[in-house]
Design a protein around this ligand. Sequence first.
Ligand SMILES: *Cc1c(COP(=O)(O)O)cnc(C)c1O
Length: 229
Amino acid sequence: MSLTLLLQQIAAYAKKYARNPADIHLLAVSKKQPIEKVIALHTAGQRAFGENYLQEALPKIAALPTAEWHFIGKIQTNKTRAIATHFSWVHSVENSKIAKRLSEQRPSEFPPLNICIEVNLDAENSKGGVQAADVFALAEQCIALPNVRLRGLMALPAPAKTFIQQRATFSRLRDIRDTLIQKALPLDTLSMGTSQDFEAAIAEGATIIRIGTAIFDTPYKELRNYSDG
Ligand SMILES: *Cc1c(COP(=O)(O)O)cnc(C)c1O
C-alpha cells in the first residue's frame, strides 16, 4: 500500500471511530527493509520510523538523521547506551533496570528520551513486556528518572482471530492506561496496532500505530534475517 493510501485509510478509520486524525501517528516499521526503501518512504513524507535491531538501525539512522527514530525491539542491557544516544523514542521498556540505564546514558545535551512501557497482554512467557499487574510500579519508577519521559504504553498482542477479539485486547491496554492516568501519571501515548489490526487499535484509542508489511509491501519471508547478536 502506498503511503498516501495508508494515510487515507487511517483518516477513514479516524472518522469511523470518532477520533481526531491528528491524534493518530504512523510509525513506519522499517526492520529488515533495505535502506533504499526507507529513504524512498522518507522522501515521500514519512518522518517516524521504528526499528527492532540496533545493528541494523544504526546505518539507517546515519543515512536519515532528520527522521524520528523509535526503538521497538527487545532491549539487551549492553545496547542501552547506543539506544539512548541514537533514538528519540523507546517503546519496549520492560523493567526498571533498563529504564534506569536509558536515563543515565541519555546524552545530557539531548531532550529526555520518550519511553513507553511494553505490556504483555497475553501473559505469554515467550513475549516481551511486563504483566499488567506490574505496570503501575514500573511506571512510578520511570516517572522518577530525570532523562526519560514516560509517554505511555505499548503492546504487541498475539494475533487475534476476529476483529472483536482484537478490539477486546486493545481495550485492555487502554484500560490500564486510563487507570494510570487516574493515578495522576501524565500519559498521552498508546502504541498499539500493526498491519493486521490497526483498525481495531484506532477504534480503541491508539495514538501510535506501528505498520511494517502493509506499507513496505514486502513479506518478511523474502527479507534477510537480522539479529543483534
Ligand atoms: C514488526 C513489528 C511491527 C510491524 O508489524 P507489521 O505486521 O509488519 O505491520 C510492529 N511492532 C513491532 C513491535 C514489531 O516488531
